[in-house]
Design a binder for this molecule. Sequence first.
Ligand code: S3P
Length: 437
Amino acid sequence: MDYFVKPVESIKGEIKVPGDKSITHRAMMLASIASGQSRLTGVLEGEDCLATKKVFEHLGVNFIKENDDLIVEGVGIKGLRQPERELDFGNSGTGIRLSSGILVAQNFATELIGDSSLSERPMSRIVEPLSLMGANISSNQGTLPLHILPTSSLRGITFSLPVASAQVKSALLLAGLYAEGYTEVKEDKITRNHTETIFNEFGIPVEVNKSKNSRSIRVSKSDKINPKDINIPSDFSSAAFFILAALITPKSHLRIRGVGINETRIGFLHALRHMGGKIDIQNIQNGPEPIADLLIESSKLKGITLNTKLVANMIDEMPAFFIAASLAEGITIVKDAEELRAKESDRLEAMANALGSLGVKFKLNQDGIVIHGLGDKGQFKASEINSLGDHRIAMASSIASLRADGEVRIVDCDNVGTSFPDFIEVCGDIGIKIKEQ
Ligand code: S3P
């Protein structure tokens, strides 16, 4: 299915975006292995999280939908049962990598599969460290399917992340709940900390040590996890498309209510403010996962050299960031972002194609890009963009269309449903019309 998007004069109003994808996955998993009932509020019902839910149903967990909440009848840390078939994680890297941490500790075998995009993504990054812990896990030359067999002993290790990946960190910490001794993960680039936070919420002891440029996170074996009701905030990564929309559309004023503003997630907000973006944070509510309202106004942006420390904290927002940079005055330089090549698509390549179609000048590098902004009065060329089946490329391109000189066609947008099933409706709420065909 393709999107057709026309430019708009301005964006005004107030919206709410759906629940956080990363936190929904983690809440479903922890609640599944807790002993008793947990109530999850604000769950994202995107295809990725629904795939994780289905997987845990196959593993014997019962989920009950009650109004907007999801009740999870946790089976206990040792209560999962052998599934009757392979476990299909669809498009979801988070689902498969985090679940592997739990599955390597079970006394039954599993086969883990995914769709064509997930089947090409790197899995050695979890297979190798989990094997060091004694797991019996193998891949097909670093890709799917994964085969997991029971192991006689899982033991804690100390592991320094070679790539900045919260998925790898989380897979090891989850396996650490079943391993003898301590499991310690060290990161020199701070990645999203939702696993550590939700462990705390479920009463699982986590020791976090910070030094100037690194963090280490340590867990040990758990005999029992108590159930916990979890409030899931709106996803900052989904909000980012609307932050972009309001910044780049003239005469705009937008409020996004109740967005998760966890510091390890909002690199995009810091970078855009640095470029001159008017983004105000209001009504902060502190909690394990802090939330706030975001107020955004159209802004004149200027190019920047992106601080490489922000990259891991805005990795999913990079496609939107590239669009902002393309409409800034001057040059924007992004380095140290090679991880973008290992996402649902090669996002450096996919965005280079999109920017090319939109008439932007840029230089693509192996680990980043240099973008020559069109400036405040600049307009994109009405054109056709291929999202390559990647939800974030599809949504970033849709928003870019608001500043095009005519209608833009975005090809292959079905995957928007993985993270933001009601994207088109939310767009409609503030006057952005997207035709699907
Ligand atoms: C996620 C971590 C990030 C991110 C993904 C969600 C998570 O991936 O891109 O969308 O929930 O842990 P990496 O850990 O591979 O960087």
